[in-house]
Design a protein around this ligand. Structure first.
Ligand SMILES: NC(=O)C1=CN([C@@H]2O[C@H](COP(=O)(O)OP(=O)(O)OC[C@H]3O[C@@H](n4cnc5c(N)ncnc54)[C@H](O)[C@@H]3O)[C@@H](O)[C@H]2O)C=CC1
Ligand SMILES: CCCCCC(=O)O
Length: 486
């Protein structure tokens, strides 16, 4: 199918609720606006799910659960593969839609379509490799048969920064495992998952297996679900603050829970690093998705002996990024998601500068509509600066120096978060030694992009619990049961 223009595309995306395979208006017939971050204008009005809609979706998921769990793994795999293929045919439409509702530059959206669809293909392959084990009882008094069964109905709450990938990274393993799923997309970016739901419907997804519930009332709609004993799993990606609140609720119901939360990744450059490679890695780790990624490098700790050369080169490279509307073919850095995000970035930069940080690039918001913020490099950032403690979620690099390896490790670990970390060095022993010492779930060694469908993505400390992707990702949707045989 040829790619559509903006208005055709927006008109082609369903804006009702996808309730167990049926397109229905919200129970209260209310809608909420979706905005274009480049202009602030309303892109579309979307059905505003109410609590009763969510409970109907759970009813449908429970009703479909047994049959879907009993569906042969090969059939579940084929359905995921079909959706992967169908999305690939509409890659341009998905990319444009994400740019329109999230703001990211089109090349970033195209990259996300490739990344997000890969989770469908990956878990179509994992679906047929779910295995238990068989053990003769050590005492010779029987046999132990370990089996894996689907957890049951799941709730996914997804963020706005990777609208497709953070949806497929949850939906694909859940359906592959034989679970049914309700998805509550971020209110900023519901259109992408509504279009995905349409693709699933076209692919012949059985009734009740998947629901997509856009809503402006996240807490009201998900709260009753988390209290319903029929729900068996929560998977959330978003801020640590919301993650903590959800974990408390899920804890009361003893729900299986996966939490992919915030990050504040250190990027450590040792004096023996290939500086050009380190600069390329830094730009990738900082500006992928415009810096609105929980894996984004935010705190750059650079050996003092090479810091000036590194900062000069980093500044030159980041200065080459073209700030503008994501749909503009020349744009490589789109707007931030909303006014609040922009205010947060401005505050963190102003706080650092007030504390003595030197602005080497950017730092000034452009006039005019939209939530634009330029690529920014701050050097000599004081240890007291908020930007070293708080997730900036924007295109701002905060640079500090160090003299010894121990100082670098201490600075890198001086954060409540523990998702991704990056180190550049030519010394393999040092790379392994420092990787071991870093408090994170992911370490990039001499590379700035670490995300891969085959890897178990996730963090420690305030970055959450659980892993998504890899062979570990499907385990989050399986329960282990053993049968003791004579
Ligand atoms: N780890 C990640 O991928 C992400 C991290 N963030 C961090 O969170 C900060 C704020 O961004 P937000 O979009 O506001 O993140 P958020 O955590 O508020 O939203 C993430 C998801 O949670 C939902 N949500 C919010 N409050 C909820 C509640 N009480 N009950 C149920 N669902 C709820 C939202 O509707 C959205 O679907 C960002 O500045 C960034 O630091 C934001 C998005 C993604
Ligand atoms: C949701 C956090 C953003 C990072 C998504 C990834 O790179 O896999």
């Amino acid at each position: 199918m040829g790619s559509m223009d903006t208005s055709e595309l927006i008109r082609s995306v369903p804006t009702d609720l996808f309730l167990g395979g049926e397109w229905v208006p919200s129970g209260n017939r209310a809608t909420f606006p979706v905005h274009d971050p480049a202009t602030g204008d309303v892109l579309a009005e979307v059905a505003d799910a109410a609590p009763e809609d969510a409970m109907r979706a759970l009813d449908a998921a429970v009703a479909a659960g047994r049959d879907w769990a009993a569906t042969p793994p090969r059939e579940r795999a084929e359905l995921l593969r079909t959706v992967w293929s169908k999305i690939s045919e509409r890659a341009d439409d998905f990319a444009l839609l994400m740019t329109l509702e999230m703001g990211k530059a089109l090349p970033e959206s195209r990259s996300e379509v490739a990344y997000g669809t890969e989770f469908l293909r990956w878990f179509s392959e994992e679906a047929v490799r779910i295995a238990g084990r068989y053990t003769p009882a050590p005492a010779g008094n029987g046999r132990i048969l370990v089996t894996k069964q689907p957890v049951g109905p799941c709730l996914a709450i997804t963020p706005w920064n990777f609208p497709l990938a953070m949806g497929t990274r949850k939906i694909a393993p859940a359906l592959a495992a034989g679970c049914t799923m309700l998805v509550k997309p971020a209110s900023e970016t519901p259109l992408t998952l509504l279009l995905l739901a349409q693709i699933f419907a076209e692919a012949g997804l059985p009734a009740g297996v998947l629901s997509v519930l856009p809503t402006s009332r996240a807490g009201d709609v998900t709260g009753p679900l988390l209290e319903d004993p029929r729900l068996r799993k929560l998977t959330f990606t978003g801020s640590t603050a919301v993650g903590r609140a959800l974990a408390e609720k899920a804890g009361r119901s003893l729900l299986r829970t996966s939490l992919e939360l915030g990050g504040n990744a250190p990027f450590v450059v040792f004096d023996d690093a290939d500086l050009d490679a380190a600069v390329e890695g830094a730009v990738a780790a900082k500006l992928r998705n415009g810096g609105e990624a929980c894996t984004a490098a935010n705190r750059f700790h650079v050996a003092n002996s090479v810091r000036e050369e590194f900062v000069t080169k980093l500044t030159e490279r980041m200065a080459s990024y073209r700030l503008g509307p994501g749909t503009d073919p020349d744009t490589t850095l789109g707007p931030l998601i909303n006014e609040n995000q922009k205010k947060t970035v401005i505050e963190l930069v102003e706080d650092a500068v007030a504390g003595g940080a030197r602005v080497r690039l950017g730092g000034e918001t452009p006039e005019g509509p939209g939530w634009f913020y330029p690529a920014t490099v701050l050097d000599d950032v004081p240890r007291s600066a908020r930007i070293l403690r708080e997730e900036v979620f924007g295109p701002v690099a905060a640079v500090t120096g160090f003299d010894t390896e121990d100082e670098a490790i201490a600075a890198a670990n001086d954060t409540e978060y523990g998702l991704a970390a990056y180190i550049f060095t030519r010394d393999l022993d040092r790379a392994l030694r420092v990787s071991d010492a870093l408090e994170s779930g992911i370490v990039g060694v001499n590379r700035g992009v670490v995300s891969d469908v085959a890897a178990p993505f996730g963090g420690i400390k305030s970055s959450g619990v659980g892993r998504e992707g890899g062979t570990e990702g499907i385990e989050e949707y399986l329960e282990t049961k053993y049968i003791a045989l004579r």
